[in-house]
Design a binder for this molecule. Structure first.
Ligand code: PLP
Length: 384
């Protein structure tokens, strides 16, 4: 990959901050203890884990004892869904929103094999989850509701505290996937009032391979993995100390960086949106409160996949639909839930800015976008 290539896909993953890498390196070299060992090496690893737990807890507005480390956001979501819903054998309904990441919907649908019913909570045209639809779902006894805090495609932010309140009033547990929210908006587990919340390291300039479920200790949850009893017996397996240390270090940087990062990415995103308007694009979710760094848009007559490849050839990395499902040609399920026509949805492209992007990069991107859109429009016009 050339140094000239410009990364505008920061909702898929992010560059490791050099300070994070520095914090990790000793645990990949001489400090290689197993955190369960009693000797000096093990104790050093345990201490490093304890510190990371405090750092992650602080960034999430939680207590360190509420942090259960996992290997990814996907794993934490699976843990929450199967562990919390699957624990109440008498209540056989769970509810998930129509715009969830597959790391929530797939484990939810997998529970059907155990006799569960999955209620899908609708979203509106703006990308917001519909409280009335949740209300209808809650008419049936429901063990767990899962609604994400910020959507990975549109960036739209949900009113989690209000939705969690509704669910709790009916005796349901509430989980939120906050993978895209951490580092981009202030996050406070306590004031959200949820029982469980998922976060992931590599979305916040930490390493890939670490995540966490923040869990209210009063919740009865089934262990995800059985074995040596790590993570309070809920997620056995030797901890990935270096990755978790990196996750902690990345979380420790959030507090001071959050505002500046939001300001920078909002400026870039707003600049992009002016360019998009001039080119006649439709921008999805732009009427709702959304993450400052994200723009999800489409041009009527251009396939998203084609535009992504054309921009890649010009040196720009952007995503079509959701990066996590980029092997699929189906239109984005998020846009389908928002009532966007499948034809327009097939044109969807996502740009997500990060801490390292600059206005010079934006200007170069806008120039490339304009020329590629014009070229592809001409090709489409000739083909018709
Ligand atoms: N949830 C959301 C909203 C995401 O955007 C992603 C990744 O893109 C995940 C979960 C999965 O997290 P991880 O990549 O750490 O497995």
């Amino acid at each position: 990959m050339s140094n000239q290539h410009i990364f505008l896909d920061n909702n898929s993953t992010t560059l490791i901050d050099p300070r994070v890498l520095d914090a990790m390196l000793p645990y990949m070299q001489h400090q290689y203890g197993n955190a369960t060992s009693r000797h000096l090496f093990g104790r050093a690893a345990r201490q490093a884990l304890d510190q990371a737990r405090e750092q992650v807890a602080e960034a999430c507005g939680a207590h360190p004892s509420q942090v259960i480390f996992t290997a990814s956001g996907t794993e934490a979501n699976n843990f929450a869904i199967s562990g919390m819903a699957g624990n109440n054998e008498n209540i056989k309904q769970i509810a998930v929103s129509a715009i969830e990441h597959p790391a929530v919907t797939r484990p939810a649908f997998a529970l059907r094999g155990n006799g569960y019913r999955v209620a899908v909570i609708a979203a509106d045209h703006f990308g917001k989850v519909d409280p009335l639809s949740l209300d209808v779902a809650l008419e049936k006894p429901t063990s767990l509701v899962s609604v994400m805090l910020a959507n990975n495609e549109t960036g739209v932010i949900q009113d989690i505290a209000a939705l969690a309140e509704m669910a709790k009033a009916k005796g349901a547990l509430f989980h939120t996937d906050a993978v895209q929210a951490l580092g981009k908006i202030p996050l406070d587990f306590e004031s959200l009032g949820v029982h469980a919340m998922t976060v992931s390291s590599h979305k916040v300039n930490g390493p890939q391979g670490a995540g966490a479920l923040i869990l209210d200790k009063r919740v009865d949850i089934k262990p995800l993995l059985h074995g040596g009893g790590q993570e309070k017996g809920l997620r056995s397996g030797t901890e990935n100390v270096a990755a978790i240390v990196g996750f902690g270090a990345a979380c420790a940087l959030i507090k001071n960086a959050l505002e500046a990062r939001a300001t920078l990415t909002r400026q870039l995103r707003d600049g992009l949106n002016i360019g998009l308007q001039n080119l006649g694009a439709t921008v999805f979710g732009d009427k709702a409160a959304r993450l400052a760094n994200t723009s999800f848009f489409a041009f009527n007559e251009i396939e998203g996949e084609t535009l992504v490849m054309a921009l890649d050839r010009k040196g720009f990395a952007v995503a079509s639909g959701s990066a996590c499902s980029s092997d699929s040609t189906e239109p984005s399920h998020v846009l389908m839930a928002m009532g966007v026509s499948p034809d327009l949805a097939r044109g969807a492209v996502r740009v997500s800015f990060g801490a390292n992007n600059t206005s010079d990069e934006l200007n170069r991107f806008l120039a490339a976008l304009q020329s590629e859109v014009q070229r592809l429009r001409q090709l489409t016009a000739v083909a018709v």
